[in-house]
Structures are given as structure tokens and as C-alpha cells.
Write a protein that binds this ligand. Structure first.
Ligand code: PEP
Length: 252
């Protein structure tokens, strides 16, 4: 039986004062929830704040990106060991905003995936198709290519310490959510692809859905058999909204 997981992606939002209000609000509500896992992925400068407010609680924290190198002359980059210094458990890898806006290829994303695992953190590995790709009927092909790339680079065993997030690009930050059936179909497809390599790893693999998950649609998405929780952008910035989604994770 897989546990549900709800991960907030704050993107490039937040300030010290508002973060404190948000994290304290989340902590108050999440304290009484059991049976699921929760995390927030915050901007780098706020990792120390997340660590100091969340340690000892049932909310883990992590980052939204990492450099694939252990150290070196990479101005502006952040190494995996720097994230573990601040207690990070998760790193979002291959988010479509990084693939698109920052031109991260499958090769770069795969290297970041391995570097995250090597440092002892869990990659939240994002896959998903654009609207044009969905409309051309190649959703499965796109997702399979992204998956195959990481599988051939890291091996299926690596997925036993990772999370996959299916995030259709057309649903991210648009208010347009995949229907539970649309999302379930891709989640089942992903699990099937992994099962071709290892059926046990596929069965225990946590596959999140991300893309305009809100308080009013989380429960029906999370009720689908292959949807194990959510990667939440906009709605993770408001404590009550994030908590409502966390509660949906517990109910199903
Ligand atoms: C995301 O940033 O991963 C995301 C899913 O954003 P939103 O929930 O705002 O669509």
C-alpha cells in the first residue's frame, strides 16, 4: 500500500516574513494529519528558515533544483551537499519550467537526478507533455522518452528512492487541470513502463500528479488508483489551500 505524498513547490515566491506565516499555518494544520507525507520545496535562500521551523515536524523540506556537480567553478550554482547541509530530503528535478526556460536537456536532468540520489536525497522527477504534444496524440511517447532517458542513465533500481511527478505542461499554473481519468491514464502508463523493468519497484513507486491541483479538485485526483498525491505550485503558497489538499491526501 503506497502512502500519499503532497509536495509544495513555492517556485520563486516568498519572503522571510510571509514564509514564517505560511509555514506556521501549515504546521498547525498538518500536525493532526497522519498516514501521508508532506514536504515543501522552497527557494534556496529560505532553506535555513524551513529547516529551523520544520525540523522535528511531519513536514519535510527540499529544493527546486540542484547542480549535478559536487563542487567547482560553477558561479551561481548550488551543489547537492549544500542542500543536505540544510537537511533537505527532496529535490525537484526536471520541472518543465527548468526544462523550458533554462534549457535543461534530458542529459542534464538525468545527471541532476543521479547527483541528488548520490547525496542521499529523493529526486521528484518531473515528466509531462506540452499542449501541442497532447493534441498531436504523442503524450505517451513524450513521457516514455523522458522516463527511458533517466532509466537508461540511472537504472530502474534508482527509482526505489525517487518520486515521479506527472505534470502536463499545459496544466501548470494555467488553472486547467487534467481530468482524473486523463491523469490516471498517464500514471498507469508510467507505472507500466517501470514494470517492464521491475514490477515490484513499479508497484511501490510514488507517482504524483501536478498541474493546477486545488482544494476543490485534489480529492478526486488523489482517489485514482495510480495517483499517489500531488506536486502543488500556486496552491502551496496559501496555508489553508495547501492544508485542504493535504487533507484530501489523507482521506483517500
Ligand atoms: C508546479 O509548479 O509544479 C505546479 C504544478 O504548479 P501549479 O500547481 O501552480 O499548476
Amino acid at each position: 500500500m503506497r502512502r500519499k505524498l503532497v509536495v509544495g513547490n513555492w517556485k520563486m515566491y516568498g519572503r522571510l516574513a510571509s514564509n514564517r506565516v505560511l509555514l506556521e499555518g501549515i504546521l498547525t494544520g498538518v500536525r493532526e494529519l497522519h498516514g501521508a507525507d508532506y514536504a515543501v520545496c522552497v527557494p534556496y535562500p529560505y532553506l535555513a528558515q524551513a529547516q529551523s521551523l520544520l525540523q522535528g515536524s511531519n513536514v519535510a523540506w527540499g529544493a527546486q533544483n540542484v547542480n549535478q556537480h559536487e563542487e567547482g567553478a560553477f558561479t551561481g550554482a548550488v551543489a547537492p551537499g549544500m542542500l543536505t547541509d540544510f537537511g533537505c530530503s527532496y529535490v525537484i528535478i526536471g520541472h518543465s519550467e527548468r526544462r523550458g526556460l533554462f534549457h535543461e536537456s534530458n542529459e542534464i536532468v538525468d545527471a541532476k537526478f543521479i547527483a541528488t540520489l548520490k547525496a542521499g536525497m529523493k529526486p521528484v522527477f518531473c515528466v509531462g507533455e506540452t499542449l501541442a504534444e497532447r493534441e498531436s496524440g504523442i503524450t505517451e511517447q513524450v513521457v516514455a522518452t523522458q522516463l527511458k532517458s533517466v532509466l537508461s542513465y540511472a537504472g530502474v533500481q534508482a527509482l526505489s528512492n525517487a518520486v515521479i511527478a506527472y505534470e502536463p505542461v499545459w496544466a501548470i499554473g494555467t488553472g486547467r487541470t487534467a481530468t482524473p481519468d486523463q491523469a490516471q491514464a498517464v500514471h498507469a502508463y508510467i507505472r507500466g513502463c517501470v514494470a517492464q523493468h521491475d514490477s515490484q519497484i513499479a508497484q511501490s513507486l510514488c507517482i504524483l500528479y501536478g498541474g493546477s491541483v486545488k482544494a476543490n479538485n485534489a480529492a478526486e485526483l488523489f482517489a485514482m488508483p495510480d495517483i499517489d498525491g500531488g506536486l502543488i505550485g500556486g496552491a502551496s503558497l496559501v496555508a489553508d489551500d495547501f492544508l485542504a489538499i493535504c487533507r484530501a491526501g489523507v482521506r483517500t
